[in-house]
Structure formats: C-alpha cells, structure tokens
Write a protein that binds this ligand. Structure first.
Ligand SMILES: [Zn+2]
Length: 143
C-alpha cells in the first residue's frame, strides 16, 4: 500500500496538469485531487484549497525540489507577496504588462466569500476582480 501525501496545491487545473506532466517526465507518480470540483465550480477553487497534487511519501522531497527547479514553486516563499496594481478599464481585455490577450478574470475569494457560502449556501456577488495573464503570469486589478 503506497503512502500518498499532498505536496502542493494549484488554483487552476491546467497548472496542476503542467506540474503533473513535469513530475511524470521525471518518473514520479502523481495523483490529482479535487480537480472535478474545481472545474465545476471554478470560483470555489480557493475555498476548497485548490487542485491538490499527491505523490508517494518517499518521493515527496524529490518532487518538491524538481518543482522548485522547474519554476512551479516560488523559491522565496518568505518574500513579500506581489502587490497588485490597479489599471484603467481598457485593461480588461489586454495585459498591461506584456500586451497579451491571453488573460482571464478571476475572483479573489476572501474571508467574506467563504463566510457567505457557509451561511447562505452561495457566494455573494460583489467580489474583488483580479485579472491574470497566462503569458507573463502577472496579476492586476481594473478600476
Ligand atoms: Zn502579460
């Protein structure tokens, strides 16, 4: 019986799949959990802890250092979180940093968000909107 442990969580399924493919290329078996839930309820991703990646316990250290080398994990987790800048409304469709259009609007569920699900059974609609660029991996807000 193998002992699987959760080594990292991703907000979006495609990020977890990239990491899975990367680890499997290094002969490490990977199990992804919560993926289905996240696809059905993308906005719930943060509330349930994202898409979790599991590996065998005795491979966990190797897997983590591989993910770090591959750039899937921030090497300086103690560093200040990136400050999110606010841009004018024209940057709802285009990235203000690289000019790319490969962007997505995502919710930033906070404490109120999780609480509203617990109390009301559904999220309240007035969430902060954050935009994310798949090309340069930066985030920003729009006025
Ligand atoms: Zn960009």
């Amino acid at each position: 019986m193998k002992d699987w442990i959760n080594i990292i969580s991703f907000t979006y399924p495609h990020e977890a799949h990239l990491a899975k493919a990367f680890l499997e290329a290094h002969d490490i078996e990977v199990i992804i959990k919560d993926e289905l839930t996240v696809q059905m309820h993308n906005f719930l991703s943060n509330a349930i802890g994202g898409v979790k990646i599991f590996v065998e316990k005795d491979k966990s250290e190797e897997a983590l250092s591989l993910l770090e080398e591959g750039g899937y994990i921030d090497k300086n987790p103690s560093e200040e979180p990136q400050k999110i800048e606010v841009f004018s409304s024209e940057y709802k469709n285009i990235c203000p940093y690289c000019g790319g259009a490969n962007i997505v609007r995502k919710n930033l569920p906070g404490y109120t968000f999780a609480l509203s699900i617990l109390l009301l059974g559904f999220p309240i609609p007035f969430l902060k909107r954050v935009y994310y660029c798949y090309d340069c991996r930066r985030e920003w807000k729009v006025k």
